[in-house]
Structures are given as structure tokens and as C-alpha cells.
Ligand binder design. Structure first.
Ligand code: F6R
Length: 241
């Protein structure tokens, strides 16, 4: 695993954006696995700036997102589809039909999970998968569990994740308790994984993921078995590694 220790959030966002743009320049029709949450927002902003300057193009890029809340329409302001449009896709030259997010509104969730796995497989898996890290060690919404979930699946979010996500919802708005997430099978099938971490409240999860036992109790620990993981963090998040 390669670690980039950056001085602050701006620097780590720039570094992650640099790795992603290098991938697109190397392979203009790259498949990018993307994450939501707060940490990648700076990375997306930096990519938007460089794309608008004309440094590289997303015209042939395809994207697959990790997860989506169950029960939120794509137009719902807190849906991950909406998040991706607002924070990234609406500002770059990507074709909307080349961007994929699980359908949290599907009537038959089992069929939707199977469809999403097949979609990611048919795209040849991600050339580069961008990940954040939950304070409880989750990746995507693969929450701590007794075993690793290989396939895309519906998950009951833990209380700590619901609490962490509440900051994106207005007062009185209920935070979804279930989500559909890519399993660790698709994540580990990515050729390169770039994980972004920021802030002291991630330091223990980073330590457990990198230096602890490989266990589904800390889902990110499975990344120790991947041969091309790049961790990009600020000094606070990397305090123990
Ligand atoms: C979101 C996702 C989650 C987040 C994680 C960290 O698509 O997959 O695993 O990456 O919850 O979120 P932030 O960056 O908000 O701390």
C-alpha cells in the first residue's frame, strides 16, 4: 500500500484528483468507481476545475457509484444520485448515460443488487475505485459484520453511520436506515483503489484498517489483500500509521 501524507484537506484532495486525472489521461475510457460522503467533495471540485480548463475529458469515462439509500427517489436532494449530479457530474463533460448509481427505489431489491453486480462486471470492473472510510471501518456501506459480503446487497446501516449521515439531512428529516451497496467483491476487483481520509475522527479506523487483523469487523481491512491501494490522507487521519 502506498501512503500519501498530505498537510491538509486541500492538499489531499489535490493529490487524489491528480491520481484520478492521471488515470483518465492514461486511459480516456476508464471506468471510475466513485464514492459520496464529505471527504471526496474536494477531490471532485479539483477535477471539475481541471476538466473545465480543458486538461482532460470525461467524454468517454464511465462511472459506477458504490451505494444509494433505499427509498429515496433519484431527485431527492439527499439521494446519492442527486449528490453526484450536484457535486460532480453537472459540472464536467461526462455523459449522464455513462454514470451509474444503484437504484434505491427498485421494487425488487434482490433483482436490483444482481443487476448492479452484472453491470459492474460487464463494464470490466473499475480501473480506479475511489473510497472514503467510515469511522467504524466501513467501505461503501459494507458495515462491520460477521462475514464479508461479496455481492451488492441491501444493508441495515449501523447507528454510528446513521448518526454520521444525519449532518447531510435537515432538522426533522428522517435519515434512511437502509442502503444498497456494492459488496467487497466488486471493490476488490478494481485494478487500483484510492482511499481518501481526513480528520482525527478517522485515525483509529485508518489504523485498524491498515495495521489490524483482516476481519469483517473492520471491512476496510480487506484492502490489505489488494495489490494496488493508495491511501491519501491528512496528518490527523494518518496519525497512527
Ligand atoms: C459513500 C460511502 C461511505 C463513505 C464513508 C465516509 O458513498 O461509500 O463509505 O465514504 O461513510 O464518509 P465521509 O467522507 O463523509 O466521512
Amino acid at each position: 500500500m502506498r501512503i500519501y501524507r498530505e498537510k491538509d484537506y486541500t492538499a489531499l484532495s489535490r493529490r487524489a484528483a491528480n491520481l484520478i486525472s492521471a488515470e483518465i489521461i492514461r486511459k480516456p475510457d476508464s471506468v471510475l468507481g466513485l464514492a459520496t460522503g464529505g471527504t471526496p467533495v474536494g477531490t471532485y471540485s479539483q477535477l471539475i476545475e481541471w476538466n473545465q480548463k480543458g486538461d482532460f475529458s470525461f467524454a468517454e469515462v464511465k462511472t459506477v457509484n458504490l451505494d444509494e439509500y433505499q427509498g429515496l427517489l433519484p431527485e431527492h436532494p439527499q439521494s446519492y444520485r442527486c449528490f453526484m449530479q450536484e457535486k460532480f457530474f453537472d459540472h464536467i463533460d461526462i455523459k449522464k448515460e455513462n454514470t451509474f448509481v444503484p437504484n434505491g427505489e427498485a421494487e425488487d431489491m434482490e433483482a436490483e443488487c444482481a443487476r448492479y453486480d452484472e453491470l459492474v462486471r460487464s463494464l470490466g470492473y473499475a480501473d480506479l475505485q475511489l473510497l472514503g472510510l467510515g469511522r467504524n471501518g466501513h467501505i461503501g456501506f459494507n458495515e462491520p459484520s460477521d462475514f464479508f459480503h461479496k455481492e451488492t446487497h441491501l444493508v441495515d446501516l449501523t447507528e454510528s453511520t446513521i448518526e454520521a449521515n444525519a449532518r447531510f439531512f435537515g432538522e426533522g428529516e428522517s435519515v434512511p436506515r437502509r442502503a444498497i451497496t456494492m459488496g467487497v467483491g466488486c471493490i476488490m476487483a478494481a485494478r487500483r483503489i484510492v482511499m481518501v481520509v481526513s480528520g482525527a475522527n478517522k485515525a483509529e479506523a485508518v489504523r485498524d484498517a491498515l495495521l489490524g487483523a483482516i476481519t469483517p469487523r473492520c471491512p476496510a481491512s480487506i484492502l490489505q489483500l489488494h495489490n494496488d491501494v493508495v491511501l491519501v490522507g491528512d496528518e490527523e487521519a494518518l496519525a497512527y500509521v
